[in-house]
Write a protein that binds this ligand. Structure first.
Ligand code: FES
Length: 100
């Protein structure tokens, strides 16, 4: 959580504006391509965290993905698809993370 008062004059991207950024657009496309959500409850947070990761680390390793996404829980256990979508958005081969 980030208190609004701590942001000051910095720009803020919300999930509604995510598609207006190149990284956010790639994340949205990967999420839709891999049909990541199940119930969808957690997905806004998952996509925001994924976008933050890819902005700071454009080609993350599995360990970096795990570390960045550690605080985002998915009761539907879509973790395999989330990892594959992050890799797809990063242009990394995600074939080893696809569900069978
Ligand atoms: S998709 Fe249902 S909680 Fe994540």
């Amino acid at each position: 959580m980030t208190p609004v008062g701590s942001i000051g004059a910095k720009a803020v991207t919300t999930v509604e504006g995510l598609g207006e950024t190149p990284v956010g657009k790639a994340v949205q496309a990967a999420w839709m391509h891999l049909d990541v959500p199940q119930c969808g409850y957690c997905q806004a947070g998952q996509m925001m965290a994924a976008s933050g990761l890819l902005r700071s680390t454009p080609k993350p390793s599995d360990a970096e993905i795990d570390d960045a996404m550690r605080g985002n829980f998915c009761r539907c256990a879509t973790y395999t698809r989330i990892r594959a979508a992050i890799k797809t958005a990063a242009g990394i081969d995600a074939s080893d993370n696809r569900e069978v």
